[in-house]
Write a protein that binds this ligand. Sequence first.
Ligand code: HEC
Ligand code: HEC
Ligand SMILES: [Ca+2]
Ligand SMILES: [Ca+2]
Ligand SMILES: [Ca+2]
Length: 423
Amino acid sequence: MRSAARLRTVVALAAAVSAGACAEPEQAAPRAGGDTTVDVRTTEAYSMPAPNLDAEAFERHRAGDAAFEAVFVAAPADVNPGLGPMFNNTACARCHLRDGRGMPVAGPGPLRSHLLVRVSMADGGDVPGVGRQLQDQAVFGVEPEAVVDLGWVDVPGTYGDGAPFTLRRPSMAITLAGAPLPADVQTSLRQPPPVFGLGLLEAIPEDAIVAAADPADADGDGISGRVNRVADGALGRFGHKANTATLVLQAAAAYANDMGVTADEIDPAIVEDTAFYTQTLGVPARTGLDDADVQRGEDLFASHGCASCHTETQASGDHPVAAVAHQTFHPYTDLLLHDLGEDLADGRPDFEADGREWRTPPLWGIGLTHTVLAGSAFLHDGRARTLEEAILWHGGEAEAAREAFRTSSAGDRAALIAFLRSL
Ligand code: HEC
Ligand code: HEC
Ligand SMILES: [Ca+2]
Ligand SMILES: [Ca+2]
Ligand SMILES: [Ca+2]
């Protein structure tokens, strides 16, 4: 019953019966971000303010935009002091390039400073002297705490029709103060996700997310989404393991941990403006709605079971930011944690997320990834260079969906990708 084609047929039949007509009813173009949708599919697609901001909200968005771009420097300084002493990068916008992803580039030394490595001991606690995040940069005169050498290892495979493919997985060599990282330290390489549309995700009522969870797979469909509960039992929504409850907390943590700018070094109003910026970036409109391949790909997305986790439609409830409240939108995520199998596992639990679980990422705008930034990549650590590779890494709860894709015909694979590119 999930097939969009079947749904279209049912709708068309119902219309034909009620109106006595044969023509399919006109379909309103799905507005990816509800009233926050922007009709821009260029390199700027992720960087547009939501068009439904009022004048005051627009001014605040612009202030937040400036804060997101602001490059911090070591104190003492007149403008934006407080960087470091250790850090990963100097500005939000230097990791979330064009409000999108970072660029996962192999090599020794700083991770081109877009990616970061989370660490912890087996009991989930801090790594002594290092904490829970490796800072691989430092201000002048200070040694960074870690050097991360990122490499990629080829992983060959074949489609059901015999066509070969080659995936790549990361391989990290980490040294702390010149010595190899102790083997019992858990590590998790993370790339920055895009930051548009996030106010809508923040405004989905908690009840709706919890209601979609099926921790014991009671309905027996092989999919068992779980919620993450973070500090104080709050529902986690952001980060690759849903380890952060709100965008203000995410911004505050980024200032402190990614840039070394602590709470007593920055005006809380600026942290809030930065978060407001990520709450109010518009969502790019879909394209290709009339394209036959895209339509077939959308049907395959449903029949392969992709939509069991990448939930097409969500609705927001109340939210202090009026522009994102009470919208119907199409993020393609359930915001739940899923076991994606051993190959993607980081083995590092994060609150209630275990070492194999990841939060379903939204797929809106994903077709623009390489338009916004050629060379950027997919999945939590940027290992997937293409959408095909991203799908082929799915395992665990998503193994059946991956196999449906891997064993489908070249034409069906192309149609599914055409659909993803239309988002
Ligand atoms: C060193 C690079 C880096 C810097 C600097 C950085 N981020 Fe991030 N950001 C990341 C990474 C990596 C993640 C994923 C973290 C995770 O999964 O644990 C992330 C996640 C996020 C998310 C969650 C997005 C989602 O869909 O879940 C938001 C929002 C965000 N960052 C905002 C900011 C803001 C605001 C700043 C500046 C104050 C900032 N970031 C600075 C790398 C960076
Ligand atoms: C069991 C839940 C589940 C199913 C089923 C599923 N996915 Fe995913 N998908 C995820 C999760 C979780 C991730 C993040 C994994 C990671 O980052 O390591 C993901 C990541 C992705 C990404 C990369 C997104 C990004 O921002 O980098 C794409 C593309 C994607 N999925 C497409 C699909 C398609 C197409 C299908 C069907 C063939 C599918 N998924 C089926 C849960 C699922
Ligand atoms: Ca500082
Ligand atoms: Ca650290
Ligand atoms: Ca289930």
